[in-house]
Structure formats: C-alpha cells, structure tokens
Design a protein around this ligand. Sequence first.
Ligand SMILES: Nc1ncnc2c1ncn2[C@@H]1O[C@H](COP(=O)(O)OP(=O)(O)OP(=O)(O)O)[C@@H](O)[C@H]1O
Length: 263
Amino acid sequence: MSDSGGQASAKWVIEVKDLHKTFGDNAALRGVNLEVPEGTTCVLMGVSGSGKSVLMKHIMGLMRPDRGFVKVYGDEVAKMDEATLNQMRRQQGVLFQANALFDSLNVYDNVAFPLRERTKMSEEEIRQTVDKTLAMVGLSHATTRFPGELSGGMQKRVGFARAAILQPKILLYDDPTAGLDPLTTASVNEIIFTGKQQLGATSLVITPDVASAFGMADHLALMHEGRIVEYGPPDAFRESQHPAVQAFLKNYLRRRAQRGRTT
Ligand SMILES: Nc1ncnc2c1ncn2[C@@H]1O[C@H](COP(=O)(O)OP(=O)(O)OP(=O)(O)O)[C@@H](O)[C@H]1O
C-alpha cells in the first residue's frame, strides 16, 4: 500500500473510527470504533440489522462512509485509488455465507482460480501451491470432484482454500456457518482456527453462533444499534455490565435452554 504511514508503522491492522453510514433515514452505523491488532481474531456479534455486514463492507472498501474512517494497515480505505484498493483487497481473504464456488470447475481449478487470475505463476508453481493449500484443509483427496458432489462442510473448506490461496493477511468471514449442521459448523470453526494458526492472519468474523464465538475469539465485539458497545477478551465480555451485552447473553442462554428442552 502507500509508502507513507502504511504497513510498517500501522499500530492496528484494522482501525475504525467514528464510522457513520445512513441509508435514507436509516442510520445503519452511528459512530463505530474498532481496533483489531495483528494476528488476532475478532468476532463481531449483534442482533439482525445492528450493522455488522455494513461495517464489514466498509472494511472491504465496498461502501463509503458518510463520516469517520476505516484504515487498513494505516491507510484510509475511502481515500485509496483503484489500484491501491485492489492491492488491499488482495490482502483480504473473504468467506461469506454462500461459498461462491464455480459449479463448472472442479476443486483444483476452483482453488487455482485466484492464482491464475492475479499472479503470473507457472502451472507447476500453481500445482504446488494448490496442493499445499488443499492439504491444509484436508482435501487432497478431492481435487477432481465438482462442488455439487461435495458436502456442505467440504464446500466451505474449498471456499476457504480459495480465499486463503493468495496468503491474505486479513481474513473476513460473514456468517460462514449459516444454515449448517453442528458437525459442519465445527469444521468451519476449525477452518477459522487454521487461518489464524497457519497463515497468521488477522481475522474478523461475523457469527450468530455465540458458543463458537467464545471459543475462537481473542476479542468479542457487540454491535448494537449501529455502534460497538462492548469490545474485549471473552472473559471480560462475559462480565460486561453493559445492558445490551447482558440482554444479548441472556437471550442466548434462554434459547440454549429451550433447545436443550426440545432435544
Ligand atoms: N445497501 C443497503 N441499502 C439500504 N439499506 C441497507 C443496505 N445495507 C444494509 N442496509 C440496512 O442497514 C442496516 C444494517 O444492516 P446489516 O446488513 O449491516 O445488518 P447485520 O447486523 O449484518 O444483520 P444480519 O445479522 O441480519 O445480517 C439494516 O437496517 C439494513 O436494512
């Protein structure tokens, strides 16, 4: 990114300050502040409509703020020119709800796609990189299979392998376990852990799965009505006196107890 102030001197990998975004008369973000240190996993929670995805889109440079800023490695996203923005996006691996795999390409070609699109690697270099990445997610045996022939968990792992193949410094996950069964959810949580351990990536995860969130987060953040009202390590978060955190956790425990009664 820019030579001035960027990468080397940035204190935070992601820094969000007083971020505001309004759609018509709907104030989606009302002054978000967030600082994510290098190599950590921050999990963003909050009820539907609290602004989590809108915040993530600002971090990806897909939305422009009305006020405030997002900095990635010290560079303000809204001020980046197209080339810098593309460079920044290359450093971000993204895993959304939908895996966005190409149905007509097999696993190998899906994972090789970003290398063919964005690098000048030879086919031999591509083969080595793809083999290594597929081994990392335990899919070495599935290279010739097509997405339609894979389980949900395997599709997620292919999606992750594709997001991780360019060795991004930042991994962004927006509700990656939505609609998945508990076993597949556990395998996605492992993937997120792999991203941290093996790539040393800084991760931002949006998930409604509170149990997973507590398991994987270095820091938990709660979005409430367009602001982050609590941010801290899991133990501190659990002890938070903020009414929105207490209501959120109480609601989670109530739902969990109800599920326990019906199973
Ligand atoms: N492109 C858009 N145009 C207009 N309004 C939008 C747009 N994107 C989001 N919003 C609104 O902004 C608010 C926050 O949306 P956002 O998607 O960030 O919520 P969320 O916390 O991610 O919710 P969920 O957990 O349901 O995904 C909502 O009221 C939503 O309707």
